[in-house]
Design a protein around this ligand. Structure first.
Ligand code: URP
Ligand code: ZN
Ligand code: ZN
Ligand code: ZN
Length: 465
C-alpha cells in the first residue's frame, strides 16, 4: 500500500483554501492531499468533518515557578494532555530565567521538565529577566544561534520587570541576531501606585486586581514598547492584548510601518471585568485573575475588530494554570489579604480553539481559513516552525485535527483534562469541537479520550537545516 493512513472524505481547511479531499500519510508526514486516494493500510472516515492543521498555541506556561508563590497546576504531562484534548498538536511554553541565573541553564532546566513527559510537540521561548552584558552579548546570541529564536520580556512584575534601558538592550541584541521579542506591556510603577492606593482604601478583593491595572496602564506600556522597537529597529510581538486602547496603539504603529506583530487571547473575547467580582466580591473572583485582566464587553468587539482587520496575527490561550483550593491555590491564606498575592494566570489551552471557532467562525466574524491562520499557520510562520508545522500539504508533519463544526458542547472541568481544579470557562456553551487530534500520523485524542502517552511529544528544533 502506498499510504499508511488515509483520512477520507473530509473537508480540508488551510489558511488559504477549503477543499473536499483525502489526506494520505506515510509515517509521520503528509504525502498527498487529493480526491479519491487509493486505500491506505488504515483508514479514518472524516465525512462531515473539517480536517485542519493541529492547533499551535504559542503562548502557554507549564512548570513555571512563580518566585516563592504558588506552584503551577500543570507540568508538561497534564499541560500537553489538555492541549491535545483541545485540538492542539504543538505548544510553545516559556523557559524562565530566574534573575541572576544563566539563560542557558534556565533553558536546560525546562528541557529536563519536558523530556519524556510531553504528550504533544513543543518548542520554547526564553524569558529574559537579566539584561546584563554577558546575557546580551554572549548567552542570548548563542541560544538564538541554537534555534531559540523568540524571547519574552516584561514591563511589570517585581521579579521580571526590565527598565527602558534594559528593554532597549534586549531589542538591540535581538535585532543584531535576528530574534523576535515578545513584550508583556503593563506599566510597573503605575500598577504599584494603584495597588498601594487601593490597599489604603481597603479594596483588596480579587476584583481590584483589574482596577489596579486599567487599560491606560496597558496602553501606555504598549506605546512605550512600540517606540522602543522603532528606536532599536527590532521586530516585536505584543502579547496578550486585552482591549481597544492597546489594540489602537498597535494599529497606529503598523500603519506607520513599524514592524509590530500582535497576539490576543481567548479571555479577551469571552471573560469580563465583572467576572473578577465573583459571586459577591468573594474569593471566587480569584479564578479569573490574569494579566492583563479581562476588560468590558465593548472591548470584545474591539478585539474582533483587530482580528478581522489583521492587527492580530495570533490567537493564543496564555494558559497559566493555578489551583483554586489549597495552600498553593488562588485563595491561599496570603492571597486573601490582598489581590496582589493572587497568582496571575488562568488555564485555557483546551478551550482556545473551541471558543474562537464558536464565537468567531460560527457567528460569522471570521472565516474558517482565518481560524486556521489564527490558531496554527501564523504561529508556525512567526516562530519558525513552518514549513514543518502549520498546514496540510505534502511534506508537513501529519498534525491534524478533525473538527465537528456542529457539535454543541457545554464546557466543564472534566473536559479540560488539565491539572488545575477548575476552569474559568465552566458552563460556557460552544458550537464546534475537536473529535480527533492526530500527532505526526498517530491518533493522540479521540472522542475526548487522550490516547497519547508521555514522551510521544518531542522538542521541535528551530535551527535551519
Ligand atoms: O496572568 C498571566 N497571564 N500570567 C501569565 C504570565 C504572563 O504574563 O503571560
Ligand atoms: Zn553577536
Ligand atoms: Zn505576559
Ligand atoms: Zn503568559
Amino acid at each position: 500500500q502506498e499510504y499508511d493512513l488515509v483520512i477520507r472524505g473530509g473537508t480540508v481547511v488551510t489558511a488559504a483554501d477549503t477543499v473536499l479531499a483525502d489526506v494520505g500519510i506515510v509515517g509521520e508526514k503528509i504525502v498527498a492531499v487529493a480526491l479519491d486516494l487509493p486505500r491506505g493500510a488504515e483508514e479514518i472516515d472524516a465525512t462531515g468533518l473539517l480536517v485542519m492543521p493541529g492547533g499551535i498555541d504559542s503562548h502557554v506556561h507549564l512548570a513555571q515557578p512563580s518566585f516563592g508563590g504558588p506552584k503551577m497546576a500543570d507540568g508538561f504531562e497534564t499541560g500537553t494532555r489538555s492541549a491535545l484534548a483541545g485540538g492542539n498538536t504543538t505548544v510553545m511554553p516559556f523557559a524562565l530565567q530566574p534573575r541572576g541565573a544563566s539563560l542557558r541553564e534556565s533553558v536546560m532546566a525546562y528541557h529536563k521538565e519536558a523530556d519524556g513527559q510531553a504528550l504533544c510537540d513543543y518548542a520554547f521561548h526564553m524569558i529574559v529577566t537579566n539584561a546584563d552584558s554577558t546575557v546580551l552579548e554572549q548567552e542570548l546570541p548563542a541560544l538564538i544561534a541554537d534555534g531559540y529564536t523568540s524571547l519574552k520580556i516584561f514591563m511589570t512584575y517585581e521579579d521580571m520587570v526590565l527598565n527602558d534601558r534594559e528593554i532597549l538592550g534586549v531589542l538591540d541584541s535581538a535585532r543584531r541576531h535576528n530574534a523576535l521579542v515578545m513584550v508583556h506591556c503593563e506599566g510597573y510603577d503605575a500598577i504599584r501606585y494603584m495597588t498601594e492606593r487601593l490597599e489604603l482604601e481597603g479594596k483588596t478583593a480579587p476584583y481590584y486586581h483589574g482596577v489596579s491595572r486599567p487599560q491606560s496602564v496597558e496602553r501606555e506600556a504598549t506605546h512605550r514598547a512600540i517606540s522602543h522597537a522603532e528606536l532599536a529597529g527590532a521586530r516585536m510581538m505584543i502579547v496578550h492584548v486585552s482591549g481597544r486602547e492597546p489594540m489602537e496603539q498597535i494599529r497606529w504603529a503598523q500603519q506607520r510601518g513599524i514592524p509590530i506583530l500582535a497576539e490576543t487571547c481567548t479571555q479577551y473575547v469571552s471573560l469580563e471585568a465583572d467576572d473578577l467580582a465573583g459571586l459577591n466580591m468573594d474569593e471566587s473572583g480569584g479564578k479569573y485573575v490574569c494579566s492583563p485582566p479581562p476588560r468590558e464587553k465593548a472591548d470584545w468587539e474591539a478585539i474582533w475588530e483587530g482580528i478581522r482587520t489583521g492587527v492580530f496575527q495570533t490567537f493564543s490561550s496564555d494558559h497559566c494554570p493555578f489551583f483554586y483550593e489549597g495552600e498553593d491555590g488562588k485563595k491561599n491564606a496570603k492571597a486573601r489579604t490582598s489581590f496582589k498575592w493572587v497568582p496571575n494566570g488562568i488555564p485555557g489551552v483546551a478551550v482556545r480553539m473551541p471558543i474562537l471557532f464558536s464565537e468567531g467562525v460560527r457567528k460569522g466574524r471570521i472565516t474558517v481559513n482565518e481560524f486556521v491562520a489564527l490558531t496554527s499557520t501564523n504561529h508556525a510562520r512567526i516562530y519558525g516552525l513552518y514549513p514543518r508545522k502549520g498546514s496540510i500539504a505534502p511534506g508537513f508533519d501529519a498534525d491534524i485535527v478533525l473538527w465537528d463544526a456542529d457539535r454543541e458542547v457545554t464546557i466543564t472541568q472534566d473536559l479540560m483534562q488539565h491539572g488545575a481544579d477548575y476552569t474559568p470557562y465552566e458552563g460556557m456553551e460552544v458550537t464546534g469541537w475537536p473529535v480527533m487530534t492526530m500527532l505526526r500520523g498517530r491518533v493522540a485524542m479521540r472522542d475526548d479520550k487522550v490516547l497519547a502517552s508521555r514522551g510521544n511529544g518531542g522538542f521541535i528544533s528551530r535551527t535551519e537545516e
